[in-house]
Write a protein that binds this ligand. Structure first.
Ligand code: ATP
Ligand code: MG
Length: 361
């Protein structure tokens, strides 16, 4: 057969993309937590809940973050939130101290209460055991109802298109950890930040969109302000996923690999880092319109400037920049990594698995 060079290139690209999608599924599947790990974690949650109830009888301990939203990797830490359904509850500071003492006495956890942190929490860790070869790390916070809601929002987005959304998110989490750009304490971005970047890309950048905007869909029935607001923030979103699956179908049929390649390209060259704010709720916003500009001069603003290099609006806490920890150097490194990934994928090595290994090196 005599195929023109252009046709040959097209075929080799199609083959690469198909192989890469398969490799991504296979890669991500082996990183999922085992059923045993999930069961142990649930046992730990129940045990901790029982102990907390000896201090606050009307409390519930709920899990949020990756353990609850379907974006969990093997050995990921456990985020727990204690809700107290009573009007006369202890202050978080006192609760943290008391709970710290109790857990120290009654359990094998290593306990570190942080009663005076901006958000008071108790940090726990457990040494490795047969069921949990890498041990367990867990944070218990209090009354963080917004975190429970944003966890539910991310879970709903994952449920709309489980294969593509989950594969992309899980891959980016592993990739960002392996490339060491997943540490807010060192000036880069949290997992939560990367997940929001993926959802933003699938809702607002891709055309046709892969995901609908759950916060802007018309509600099925009238809703009152009391039902939808938490601490002054509107937390409403369309959460009837069964119904949504019947009524809404994306016309975007790109494969995971195509989406990932495009994701890296978009965040390495197209996203407007200097002026733009990525908002899942409202699309691309301007830093100016949120008072998040980073070009203010004068020492008084130094702090603000450093805080708004990369702007990602929290879906509910809209005055909160999820990426505020990202420094100038951190952003430079992150963008460098997006470019590196783009370059590797554009080079299309013979075997997709080689590209994947190189990406996560
Ligand atoms: P990992 O598996 O790496 O722990 P994760 O999905 O649990 O990832 P985290 O970054 O640990 O993500 O965040 C857990 C939860 O904490 C999020 O779902 C969110 O509710 C809350 N959270 C984390 N970081 C922020 C942040 N910068 N701003 C607001 N909420 C955050
Ligand atoms: Mg977590």
């Amino acid at each position: 057969e005599h195929l023109s060079p252009a046709t040959q290139r097209k075929h080799s690209k199609q083959k690469f993309v198909a192989d890469l999608s398969q490799c991504l599924f296979d890669f991500v599947i082996q990183l999922l937590p085992t059923a045993e790990e999930m069961a142990v974690k649930e046992d730990v949650r129940k045990l901790l809940e029982r102990l907390i109830r000896t201090i606050e009888p009307d409390s519930r301990l709920l899990s949020f973050g990756s353990t609850a939203n379907g974006f969990s990797l093997r050995n990921s830490d456990m985020d727990l939130c204690c809700l107290i359904d009573s009007d006369e509850r202890l202050a978080a500071t006192d609760l943290v101290t008391m709970l710290g003492d109790l857990l120290e006495r009654e359990t094998k956890f290593h306990v570190k209460p942080l009663p005076h942190a901006r958000i008071p929490i108790v940090k726990l860790s457990l040494d490795p055991s047969p069921g949990l070869p890498l041990g367990i790390a867990c944070d218990i916070g209090f009354e963080n109802r917004l975190a429970l809601e944003n966890t539910r929002l991310l879970m709903c987005y994952a449920m709309i298109d489980p294969t593509r959304v989950r594969t992309m998110v899980l891959f980016l989490k592993v990739w960002s950890k392996r490339r060491k750009i997943n540490s807010p304490y060192q000036g880069t971005l949290s997992s939560y930040g990367y997940v929001l970047m993926v959802i933003y890309f699938l809702v607002h950048v891709k055309n046709p969109a892969v995901l609908p905007n759950l916060q802007q869909m018309p509600p099925l029935r009238p809703i009152s302000k009391e039902d939808t607001h938490l601490g002054g923030y509107n937390t409403w979103f369309f959460d009837d996923i069964e119904l949504l699956r019947q009524r809404w179908q994306s016309s975007n049929i790109e494969s995971v690999a195509e989406l990932l390649i495009d994701f890296f390209r978009y965040y390495s060259r197209d996203f407007l880092y200097n002026t733009g704010v990525a908002s899942i709720r409202a699309g691309l916003l301007k830093k100016e319109s949120k008072g998040w500009q980073n070009d203010l001069s004068g020492s008084r603003y130094n702090d603000t400037r450093e805080r708004n290099r990369l702007c990602i609006e929290d879906p509910f806490e809209t005055d909160f920049n999820v990426a505020r920890c990202v420094t100038k150097d951190g952003l430079y490194t992150i963008r460098g990594e997006f470019m590196r990934a783009s370059r590797i994928l554009a080079a299309r090595p013979d075997r997709a698995i080689v590209a994947l290994a190189q990406l996560c090196e």
